[in-house]
Design a protein around this ligand. Sequence first.
Ligand code: SAH
Ligand code: SF4
Length: 344
Amino acid sequence: MRPSFIKNFTLEQLEDWVRSLGEKSFRARQLFNHLYARNVVSWSQCTDLSLAFRKQLEFSAHLDALFVSGIDEAPDGARKYLFRLHDGNFIESVLIPDPPRCTLCVSSQVGCALGCKFCLTGSMGLKRNLETAEIVDQVCHALRDPVLGNQVNSLVFMGMGEPLANYDEVLRAIRIITDSNGLMFSHRRVTLSTVGLVPLMGRLGSETPVNLAVSVHAADDELRNELMPINRKYPLSELMRACREYPLAPRKRITFEYILLDGVNDSPKQAKDLVRLLEGARAKVNLIPFNPHPGSVYRTPREERVLDFQDVLRKANLTAIIRKSRGNEISAACGQLAAIGAGN
Ligand code: SAH
Ligand code: SF4
């Protein structure tokens, strides 16, 4: 049997596991402290555990679920990590300093099955889901980065993959990341971005209070069908119903992400359609000018066009922020993560 990744376990699960090894359950809390508060790199650092138990851990549990294969730094300070997984696959995470925020963008799958037309990850197809430990370890590794590691204070599930398509592993990772004995991130500093897998949105809202971002990108079904094949399964009317019913704490809103594609979805009329679509939802909008990548048929709109689009939303009293692209020079911006051919 392959040893388990120790970072797959929530604290409760670790208690059961530790007991199954013949140890007292309080050892689990001690272990959690080593894994997350101390972020140890080897079992030998856990000197308060008996030598016999450490030997047993070495034999039955992997401490690392992934390995750093490379780090790129962009002129704007964004850092991209290339991680090698146990089976030889690769994934990427990106750390974006934007004081007072320093945000780590994590991956939830190797590739993605949903095939959005503008997204490089989508063009890879889905290789496999990540395990909980492979998600959590992206955070552990970034926290150890000597350059920015001690500044990481927020997390977004906006890297490779559709997090709700890997629901159980992602939810377990969120539990560990936000556990006060684990990585101790406040729920307010964790955001999950989805294309809108409607049945799972309801579940997410009932199981965790993390922030929700919804990739909308078009306000009419015809265009959204073309850009995002998932819209054929969950059209805008169903998506918006799920958004209106989503449980939100007072003053919280759903972030709607809207990529601006030149001449495709960026006209003032389409901005008005977006205003109409979002009526009745507690919404704010992030406008993301398209990040180009090799082989893509889309282009980034001129700045003036982006500002005009934003203006329409603002005049309708919607909060609309233009997300400037970060890490473009190292292909670390949204939708540019692919890790294709890594390690060759
Ligand atoms: N699968 C999820 C989360 C990962 S993608 C989702 O789609 O929401 C994170 C964000 O990057 C999404 O809003 C996605 O639409 C956007 N994105 C994808 N490709 C992009 C590109 N080339 N330029 C700008 N944003 C892009
Ligand atoms: Fe998958 Fe998100 Fe890319 Fe669409 S935008 S292909 S859902 S990662």
